[in-house]
Design a protein around this ligand. Structure first.
Ligand SMILES: NC(=O)c1ccc[n+]([C@@H]2O[C@H](COP(=O)([O-])OP(=O)(O)OC[C@H]3O[C@@H](n4cnc5c(N)ncnc54)[C@H](OP(=O)(O)O)[C@@H]3O)[C@@H](O)[C@H]2O)c1
Length: 262
């Protein structure tokens, strides 16, 4: 399917690893110039160089800690300066730890809220006005199925993700008159470095082995396996294209049939 994305410009937060990296690569393979943002500069530079080499499309690295509002603003400004303007925002950087209410102190809550809810909101608040002025834009929020299937041992992530499901729909309604489409994507268990961390934290919390924790998670998935980052990135590239030009204001699960709600 020709997605018609060639020449577009995108920002992918958390683009050095896992789902974000797969999205950055997928978009670059479609001819989209991409700026990726994450903290570890060496890993980020290596990812950008590899994506550029593999796709023949420029991918640039902009190191920043997105929990820091000033650093976020500077990073988005650097992406706009380097690429000219931004058509597509992929909000993806998130790192909320597993834990029950008694495990999570205020600092952990605030860090998670600051990175994922406030980080996604701040990037969208900067980038949607110029998208709206150009009458074309895409914001894809990578959220998580815990937003509508809350789990007691992932209480902070569940609450942050639920707020993002709502944020996505409100922002979509705000931006629709200007052809800026906003969609949420909810991955189920996806094989990434974060998944390994989540399994280790969940196993420690449940007092069982990582293998048992992984098996318990897989048992919740209809397809009986974890997914791949590329199974998320294909959907995201489609949602960025004009082939998905009538899709906005909705949240889509990519979870192997693990979520059953109407
Ligand atoms: N994998 C899953 O099973 C799963 C399921 C549901 C939802 N999700 C969501 O999908 C998104 C991506 O997850 P993933 O599994 O691909 O994660 P990952 O493998 O841990 O990658 C996370 C990316 O975000 C960056 N990052 C983390 N903290 C950051 C910060 N403070 N500032 C800037 N960048 C930061 C990381 O780079 P640095 O560490 O160098 O900053 C990395 O590039 C997250 O929002 C996650 O909650 C994932």
């Amino acid at each position: 399917m020709e997605l018609g994305l060639r020449g577009r410009k995108a920002v992918v937060t958390g683009g050095s690893l896992g789902i974000g990296r797969a999205i950055a690569r997928e978009l670059a393979a479609e001819g989209v110039a991409v700026a990726i943002i994450a903290r570890d500069p060496a890993r980020l530079e290596a990812a950008a160089a590899e994506i550029t080499r593999e796709t023949n499309t420029p991918c640039i690295a902009i190191p920043a800690d997105l929990t820091d509002a000033a650093a976020l603003e500077a990073a988005i400004g650097a992406a706009q300066s380097a690429l000219g303007h931004i058509d597509i925002l992929i909000n993806n950087a998130g790192a909320t730890p597993m834990g029950r209410i008694g495990d999570m102190d205020d600092a952990t809550w605030m860090k998670s809220i600051n990175l994922k809810l406030m980080g996604y909101m701040r990037c969208a608040r900067i980038l949607t006005p110029p998208m709206r002025a150009r009458k074309w834009g895409r914001v894809i929020n990578i959220i998580g199925r815990s937003g509508h299937q809350p789990r007691p041992n992932y209480i902070t992530g569940s609450a942050v993700n639920a707020s993002l499901l709502s944020f996505t729909l409100a922002l979509a309604a705000e931006c629709a008159p200007d052809n800026v489409l906003v969609t949420g994507v909810n991955p189920g268990p996806i094989a990434t470095p974060r998944w390994d961390t989540v399994v280790a934290q969940g196993a420690a919390g449940m007092g069982r082995s990582a293998e048992a924790e992984n098996a318990a998670a897989i048992a919740t998935v209809g397809l009986g396996r974890v997914g791949t980052a590329e199974e998320c990135s294909g959907l995201v590239a489609f949602l960025c294209s004009d082939r998905a030009g009538f899709i906005t204001g909705t949240n889509i699960d990519v979870d192997g049939g693990g979520t059953r709600c109407i």
